[in-house]
Ligand binder design. Structure first.
Ligand SMILES: Nc1ncnc2c1ncn2[C@@H]1O[C@H](COP(=O)(O)OP(=O)(O)OP(=O)(O)O)[C@@H](O)[C@H]1O
Ligand SMILES: [Mg+2]
Length: 603
């Protein structure tokens, strides 16, 4: 996790009331439901206390005088109250639960939607884990406090008030003793819980570091083994687990102290109350039933007080979660439709780079593309070659509008592409990336990804055109074969072919290929080259290729060096020039021709 992200996630810099207010505004549709559940809670609390009140009456007016009729009378009353309590409790728990799940769903959906409006640069600089925890655990923590926290908190407050009311009704002097002790109890509970929460938060942080470290080690296991990093990595891992142990152990210790301390305060107060009730009994201010119910009221008071301190602690955490959630929602999309953006009818038009310069926001701020000018006719195939880091990927990223020019403009049919709606522009593009990405699911799902309404026949046709049909059919489940997470069950060449089939099915008007240095065998390479031919025919294409065969096919080759077009022309023109292309060609591409030749000659 980078420093900037750490700062963003851990420091509370907004006024917490402001965060709470904004989150409350977001969940405004649920206010009605929430109020209803709090109201039902109030009812439940009143009925709950009524039961203890009835117990007192039963002791004083039925059990002690031995009045059976009275006992029966109170018993029916008690049953009635219990039935109502059960129904009210049931309703309020269901309501709160529904509200909590609905709210969580809404917060997640709006974060997910917002996330997809953000430009690529946001994802290059924000770790995926950071985004994941904003959408999962942070939303849960917020909704838990707004629903169950409010539920338990209001229940506790109402309970405290009602119990104090009943206690005062029994004997106000004793109630006063209890009342003075409540703030002490809340304060002690709150202070200890704050420490527990702090330790738990630290433990969670260490836990996510541990998961990340494990994940990196497992995904990079080959590199780890090859470089013999096992010992060093184990040492790093142990340091993290050690830190996690300390944090968790400290939380456990505070937890162990909490209960005895609370119990001590409880018994201390109880002793005071008993001492007071002895005096009250003597002067006739209290009955035996009164003492009994007062003590049970007092004991009952402990639970809501502990609940209150717990909810307060959780609310504090939820505010931090709310702030992190809002920081995600506040990230503005820098690439978005202009207010007057219009749909584009076609990309089969002249494409023009007009003095395009570009720098990445978060790079070292040097220009990655410098004053690039280029005119491409519809249907033309442009190949981009050049040294690594020269700016080829950047150029096609701008064309795909994943980024927009810092200076200059890219025009389609004579109009700056920023005048068009992003979705209508990008939906006409077909892109095959350097490392093809497949989603877990079947091969069929993956080919269909860019055109959800495609029929099975269309999928097969696209696969045939891509030259992928044969190997797909050789799988036991054919098109329904699972590809695994990121296509892990397939070879790199197979993934390439499937992603080309996906692009063919989408039938794009502008095709972009950012091809990896070939990592496949010669037969697969031939298949890929053939399927790319199919894809490029009749479409404007920009291909960053490392294969000579693909490059030779291009109408024009651009040599990109240090963010500039160093040379431009056809294969033979550029060879004749004896410049940078010639150099690249003789260094790199000649090998390509020579290796098979050498193999043939057996050398
Ligand atoms: N997301 C990014 N943020 C900041 N700088 C970047 C980013 N992506 C690329 N760069 C920088 O921009 C420059 C051009 O990179 P680019 O990926 O366009 O090169 P390339 O020609 O595609 O190289 P290769 O042949 O290795 O794929 C490099 O110096 C690189 O460090
Ligand atoms: Mg690249």
């Amino acid at each position: 996790m980078s420093e900037t992200i750490k700062v963003r996630s851990d420091v509370v810099n907004e006024d917490s009331r402001n965060v709470l207010g904004r989150i409350l505004l977001i969940v405004r549709p649920y206010w009605g439901l929430l109020t209803l559940s709090v109201a039902l809670n109030l009812l439940a609390s009143v009925f709950d206390n009524l039961i203890t009140f009835l117990h007192q009456k039963i002791t004083d007016q039925a059990v002690i005088p031995g009045d059976i009729d009275m006992l029966w009378h109170f018993f029916t009353l008690l049953v009635g109250v219990i039935v109502i309590l059960i129904v009210v409790n049931l309703l309020s728990v269901i309501l709160t639960g529904k509200c909590s799940l609905d709210m969580e769903k809404a917060l997640r959906a709006s974060a997910f939607r917002h996330l997809h409006t953000l430009q690529l640069s946001y994802f290059s600089r924000t770790p995926a884990g950071w985004i994941l925890s904003r959408i999962t655990s942070d939303t849960t923590r917020i909704t838990d406090v707004l629903t169950w926290g409010l539920f338990d908190g209001s229940f506790a407050i109402i309970h405290v008030i009602v119990i104090l009311g009943f206690m005062t009704a029994v004997n106000w002097k004793l109630a006063l003793i209890a009342l003075t002790m409540i703030p002490v109890q809340v304060w002690v509970g709150w202070e200890i819980r704050k420490r527990i929460l702090r330790d738990q938060r630290e433990a969670r942080k260490q836990n996510s570091l541990m998961t990340a470290s494990l994940n990196e080690n497992l995904t990079g296991i080959r590199v780890v083994k090859a470089l013999r990093r096992e010992e060093r990595n184990l040492h790093d891992f142990e340091k993290i687990t050690e830190a996690r142990f300390h944090a968790s152990y400290s939380a456990t210790r505070w937890n162990a102290i909490l209960n005895p301390l609370i119990q001590f305060l409880l018994f201390f107060t109880l002793t005071l109350v008993l001492w007071g009730s002895k005096t009250q009994f003597k002067i006739g201010g209290l009955t035996i039933g009164g003492i009994k119910s007062f003590i049970s009221y007092f004991t009952m008071l402990q639970w809501p007080i502990q609940e209150l301190t717990r909810v307060l602690g959780e609310a504090q955490q939820a505010i931090a979660s709310g702030e992190r959630y809002l920081s995600l929602m506040d990230t503005e999309a820098t690439i978005a439709d202009r207010p007057d953006a219009k749909p584009i009818d076609s990309l089969k038009k002249e494409i023009e780079f007009r003095n395009v310069s570009f720098r990445y926001d978060d790079g070292d701020r040097t220009l990655v593309l410098k004053n690039v000018s280029l005119t491409v006719q519809p249907g033309e195939v442009i190949a981009l070659v050049g040294s690594t880091g020269g700016g080829k990927t950047t150029l096609v990223n701008l064309l795909a509008r994943f980024y927009e020019p810092t200076e200059g403009e890219i025009a389609v049919g004579g109009n700056d592409y920023r005048e068009f709606e992003l979705s209508s522009y990008q939906s006409r593009l077909g892109i095959v990336l350097q490392t093809p990405h497949l989603f877990s699911g079947t091969i069929r799902d993956n080919i269909r990804y860019g055109k959800l309404n495609a029929t099975d026949e269309e999928i097969v046709t696209a696969a045939v055109q891509a030259g992928a049909d044969d190997f797909i059919r050789s799988f036991p489940n054919g098109y329904d074969e699972q590809v695994g997470e990121d296509g892990a069950l397939l070879s790199v060449g197979q993934k390439q072919l499937i992603s080309i089939a996906r692009a063919i099915l989408k039938d794009p008007q502008l095709f972009i290929l950012d091809e990896a240095t070939s990592s496949v065998d010669t037969i697969t390479e031939k298949m890929i080259t053939a399927s790319l031919e199919t894809l490029m025919t009749g479409r404007t294409s920009f291909i960053i290729a490392h294969r000579l065969s693909t490059i030779k096919r291009a109408d024009r080759i651009l040599v990109i060096e240090n963010g500039e077009i160093a040379e431009s022309g056809t294969h033979s023109e550029l060879l004749r020039l004896r410049g940078r292309y010639y150099e690249l060609y003789s260094q790199q591409f000649r090998l390509e021709r020579e290796i098979p030749l050498m193999r043939q000659l057996g050398t």
